[in-house]
Design a protein around this ligand. Structure first.
Ligand code: ATP
Ligand code: LTN
Length: 320
């Protein structure tokens, strides 16, 4: 199992429910999770902020329940095979394929003179995944297209150069795979695009969580029903509830007749579920040397797996 997260901005409820909760539930000695700091270089980000946020993300993932005694947690740039493999796979993927990626088109259209890394981003992601002989990639829905790209590149490589890579599949949670912005429920909750009221961060204060849920955009007909087409705002709240409580969104809907009651209970549920993470975060963040040591051990464990796979791929392509 392999997955990653960029250390950009604050970790939000979409990241937690779409990806991290699954990582924690399925962690094992064969699970590898990385903080994708190389991917974050595709964004406008100050060096000091990137360094700080990388430590914040190591801390948040530990606080959310990843246990470095069970799985491997590491920082992408500390394992140089990722950047090396990315070059090999850039010579397998095509410009046409990469320029058709939705995320690239969206992000590039918002920037003048966007970086080449924004185009080749999915190749680095494919490298991350393929270096660990990954079978399953737990991610949110928004990464579906990048996973398809990873499969395509792996299959093409295997056909051209002989069996080298395992071809992975994406796994998405039954509820919470696409958490929407609370203010614009037709758009996904996002680090780079959501407004402060649109996104709940996992370290938000209880009063902020309550305020954001109460102000979440719904509709005016006041009928509690799970229906993404007609009621995206309300359905998003029901889905967040279901993801925390382990129920189906329909079941949650059947218990409520008023939006206000649902919002009150949801606020309590989210506050209660996130409080232990925030408490653990504060405890761990006060000890940076332990965090550095965990990342260093993680990088050593990751390198031991990634190194032989990189060499196999390099040899298959004819490198000296
Ligand atoms: P941005 O929106 O700025 O591109 P992001 O919020 O998507 O960033 P990432 O680091 O790119 O954050 O994503 C980390 C993980 O969180 C991925 O597995 C991704 O699929 C998942 N994820 C991100 N946003 C959501 C969301 N709104 N709902 C469910 N999962 C999400
Ligand atoms: N691009 C991913 C983050 C990411 C990732 C990965 C996810 C980087 N490398 C490898 C899964 C596997 C995103 O969520 N934006």
């Amino acid at each position: 199992m392999f997955s990653g997260i960029q250390p950009s901005g604050s970790m939000h409820l979409g990241n937690y429910l779409g990806a991290i909760k699954q990582w924690v539930q399925t962690q094992s000695p064969e699970a590898y999770y990385c903080i994708a700091d190389l991917h974050a270089l595709t964004l406008q980000i100050e060096p000091a902020a990137l360094r700080e946020q990388t430590t914040d993300y190591v801390t948040s993932l530990l606080a959310a329940g990843l246990d470095p005694e069970i799985c491997t947690l590491f920082v992408q740039s500390q394992v140089p095979y990722h950047a090396q493999m990315s070059w090999l796979l850039e010579c397998v993927a095509t410009f046409g394929e990469l320029s058709r990626m939705t995320q690239f088109k969206e992000k590039a259209s918002r920037q003048h003179g966007y970086r080449v890394g924004l185009l080749t981003y999915p190749v680095l992601m494919a490298s991350d995944i393929l270096l660990y002989e990954t079978e399953q990639v737990p991610v949110g829905e928004d990464q579906r297209q990048h996973l398809e790209m990873t499969r395509l590149v792996a299959e093409r490589f295997n056909n051209r150069f002989g069996p080298t890579f395992t071809v992975p599949v994406g796994v998405h949670p039954p509820a919470g795979a696409r958490v929407m912005d609370l203010q614009e429920p037709t758009r996904k909750m996002s680090k780079s695009l959501s407004t402060p009221l649109g996104s709940i961060n996992i370290l938000d204060e209880p009063s902020a969580i309550e305020k954001k849920i109460k102000k979440a955009v719904t509709d005016t007909d006041n009928e509690v029903r799970f229906d993404w087409e007609q009621k995206p705002g309300l359905s998003n709240l029901l889905e967040i509830y279901a993801s925390f409580s382990g129920e189906k969104p329909d079941e949650v809907a059947s218990r409520y007749s008023r939006y206000g009651d649902l919002k009150n209970d949801l606020a309590s549920l989210v506050i209660e579920s996130l409080a232990p993470i925030a408490a653990r975060y504060r405890e761990l963040r006060s000890d940076p040397s332990t965090l550095d040591a965990i990342a260093e051990q993680g990088a050593a464990k990751a390198s031991a797996v990634a190194g032989p796979v990189y060499r196999r791929a390099a040899e298959a392509m004819g490198l000296f």
